[in-house]
Design a protein. Structure first.
Length: 120
């Protein structure tokens, strides 16, 4: 399978998973969650999904537990949308990149405001 096709399928899974995550009613899957990255295996039997939360790593870990328990529902919803013959086994992995990027953005804003005060 060509590499570009696998990359396109990764993006399709990411887009559809984001849509389904908004419809889940599990209280562990709350707050601002983002799917950072999706990695389908070459034979499409496994899928790693990296999930990040702006609230921190602990919130992402709780969301991963909720997503793992809802994996059957997720597979059932994704099947008709993606048209795969066999749905991959999902492995949800917590990631803290959203919290880190929010922290970096805050530090950059602080530096910018301090530079403006120095110029006055």
């Amino acid at each position: 399978m060509a590499n570009y096709k696998l990359a396109r399928m990764n993006e399709d899974v990411k887009r559809e998973l984001s849509d389904i995550m908004g419809k889940l009613k599990d209280p562990r899957i709350s707050g601002f969650l983002t799917i950072v990255k999706v990695e389908l295996s070459r034979d499409l039997s496994y899928c790693k999904v990296y999930v990040s939360s702006i609230d921190g790593y602990e919130s992402a870990e709780n969301a991963v537990k909720g997503l793992a328990s809802a994996s059957g529902y997720i597979k059932r919803e994704l099947g008709p949308k993606l048209g795969f013959r066999k749905m991959p086994e999902f492995k949800f992995i917590p990631d803290n990149s959203a919290a880190v990027s929010a922290e970096i953005f805050k530090k950059l804003k602080d530096i910018e405001s301090s530079e403006k005060e120095e110029q006055k």
